[in-house]
Design a binder for this molecule. Structure first.
Ligand SMILES: [Cu+2]
Length: 137
């Protein structure tokens, strides 16, 4: 029994040693304002209202957003500022059924958007600034 326990202990110690850096990064990411691992939020495109679910989504800057088309029709994700500004915030182009559109990150602000093919499908993104880093006093 003792040799078996000792074997397990040595294996565990070796595993911890080999994964120390990964464990340290995960531990530190709990306490840093800017996450070291990417965070994403999903928005489902649906046949029925609210069409974009969640319809109004607030996230922290740096969060990537992923839309997936769960309907049997094509749709698109178009920022309302498209057409008014020379540079629009985002335009997915046509998203066929089962396709995804991901937006890596947006600057803080409010982004009303709609489907370019069905303008009655509307959604709102609110991108909040990331909290400032913790400072030691
Ligand atoms: Cu649509």
């Amino acid at each position: 029994m003792f040799p078996l326990n000792s074997h397990i202990f040595l294996k565990t110690a070796a595993w911890l040693r080999d994964h120390l850096i990964v464990l340290a990064i995960l531990f530190l990411s709990l306490f840093t304002a800017r996450p070291l691992l990417a965070i994403s939020s999903n928005i489902h495109i649906l046949e029925e209202p609210p069409f974009f679910s969640p319809n109004s989504l607030a996230v922290t800057s740096g969060t990537s957003l992923i839309w997936k088309n769960y309907t049997h029709e094509p749709h698109s994700i178009v920022s309302d500022d498209c057409g008014r500004l020379s540079d629009c915030s985002f335009d997915s182009g046509v998203l066929r059924p089962e396709e995804r559109f991901s937006l890596p990150s947006l600057a803080p602000g409010r982004y009303p958007y709609h489907c370019g093919l069905h303008p009655f499908m509307r959604g709102l993104l609110t991108i909040n600034p990331a909290p400032s880093p913790l400072v030691d006093i």
